[in-house]
Structure formats: C-alpha cells, structure tokens
Ligand binder design. Structure first.
Ligand code: HEC
Ligand code: HEC
Length: 80
C-alpha cells in the first residue's frame, strides 16, 4: 500500500511539472518548430537573428520566451 502511494505521488509531481507551461525549456525539452511558421522564419538560423524579433526588449509581435538567454535556439526549434 505504501509503495503504491509513493509512486502515485511521483507520477503526479511529474505531470504537474510537465504541465507547467513556460518551464519546459528549462528541462531541456524541445519547443515548437519554426518550420510550422515558415512565412516569418525563412532564412533565419543565428541566435542573434532570432533575438532581433524575440528579445523581450524588442517591440515586435513575436512571442517573447522567458528563456531568451539560451543559446542554440535551433537545437530546440527546428524539428521537421
Ligand atoms: C532547451 C531547448 C530550447 C532552447 C535552446 C530554446 N528554446 Fe524556445 N522553447 C522551448 C520550449 C520547450 C518551448 C515551449 C514553451 C515552454 O513551455 O517553455 C519554447 C518556446 C519558445 C517560443 C514560443 C513562445 C513561448 O514563450 O511559448 C519562442 C518564441 C522561443 N521558444 C524562442 C526561442 C529562442 C529565440 C531561443 C534562442 C535564444 C530559444 N527559444 C531556445 C525550448 C527551447
Ligand atoms: C522577422 C522576425 C522574426 C525572426 C527573425 C524570428 N522570429 Fe520567431 N516568430 C516571429 C513571429 C512574428 C512569430 C509569431 C508567428 C505566429 O504565431 O504566426 C514567431 C513565432 C516563433 C515561435 C513560436 C512558433 C509556434 O508555433 O508557436 C518560435 C518557437 C520561434 N518564433 C522561434 C524563432 C527562432 C528559433 C528564431 C531564429 C532561428 C526566430 N524565431 C526568428 C518572428 C520572428
């Protein structure tokens, strides 16, 4: 009985963490791919280029990720 309770607890916390949008990037998960929006993302590849639109200080209508200080944006945002 005790063992069952423990594993439920672990499963529940895992789900809670995973469901908490905004922190997934910090767990190393991959994000939405820029290939879904080729109209805005054609010919961009460098982090600097990404941040020209996605840096929080920029006044653009691009979404501003909390993890803008990450490097290698395409490692996580270039899924086929
Ligand atoms: C370790 C993987 C990883 C890296 C590196 C990464 N991201 Fe993300 N990104 C994510 C994940 C996961 C999401 C999904 C949203 C979430 O839950 O945080 C996301 C979401 C986004 C979004 C959608 C807006 C939002 O807040 O939901 C933008 C825009 C974005 N990232 C831009 C960038 C840029 C620009 C860089 C490089 C400076 C970058 N990302 C680097 C994983 C990453
Ligand atoms: C010319 C400005 C611009 C540049 C440069 C740019 N983006 Fe974006 N990005 C946008 C805009 C605008 C959106 C919102 C598009 C939409 O929702 O239709 C967006 C959306 C996103 C999203 C969310 C996509 C989704 O499906 O929710 C991610 C992730 C993202 N960009 C990552 C990047 C990365 C990584 C780079 C660099 C390789 C980059 N962007 C370069 C303007 C830009």
């Amino acid at each position: 009985m005790k063992k069952h309770a423990l594993s439920s607890f672990l499963l529940l916390s895992a789900l809670l963490v995973a469901g908490c949008g905004g922190y997934k990037a910090y767990m190393g998960l991959h994000g939405p791919s820029i290939r879904n929006t080729p109209d805005v993302h054609e010919n961009v590849s460098l982090d600097q280029e990404c941040l020209e639109c996605h840096h929080p200080d920029r006044e653009t209508d691009a979404p501003k990720p909390r993890h803008y200080k990450f490097t290698g944006c395409l490692k996580c945002h270039n899924e086929a």
